[in-house]
Design a binder for this molecule. Sequence first.
Ligand code: 3PG
Length: 208
Amino acid sequence: MLEELLKRRIIPVIVIEDAADAEPLAEALLKGGIDIIEVTFRTAAAEAAIGRIAKAFPDMMLGAGTVLTTEQADRALGAGARFGFAPGLNAKVVKHFQDAGGLFMPGVMTPSEIEQGLELGCKVLKFFPAAQAGGPAMIKALAGPYASQGLKFSPTGGITLDNMMDYLSLPVVSAIGGSWLATKKQIADKDWTAITNQAKAALARAAG
Ligand code: 3PG
């Protein structure tokens, strides 16, 4: 799972209000070449949306975001998520997710949090909120002491098509995440073409 995750460079962070949008949204991303999705537990529809994507697109790399409690972790995994992200580091949630066989990326912003993540066996940590916490310069500074531990960062927060390469060009960054790849408005408007085009544009940018 970790190896598979490390192959992906762009992770759409999704907020789904209506679970019925889950399949067309996943399809739009797949059409654009993105086969990974993080469905955030910020709405009541998250669990059902994960379940629907797992059923319709079993090959998609499916994960949950904003996993704040062990109860949400259970619901995410039960619905078919194979990885999880959180904005912060809650050791109880990390261990719970890992014990159930999932790959978890807690969020960090400081050296102390990074060390907690390493102690919990996390090889990839979410750096959040990336832009506000110092952006690529901060990640570069943090890579100094920690990149030799084999650690990778997956930053999110304030990343767009225009600044994504500032992050992705750092060797310590395995992937970037962002909600711009499928905005709430585009999902509400069922503008699947725009989402496909954004996915294509982001992959083209990542490929150089
Ligand atoms: C996240 O949880 O990763 C962020 O909300 C994504 O940040 P963005 O909306 O600035 O892309």
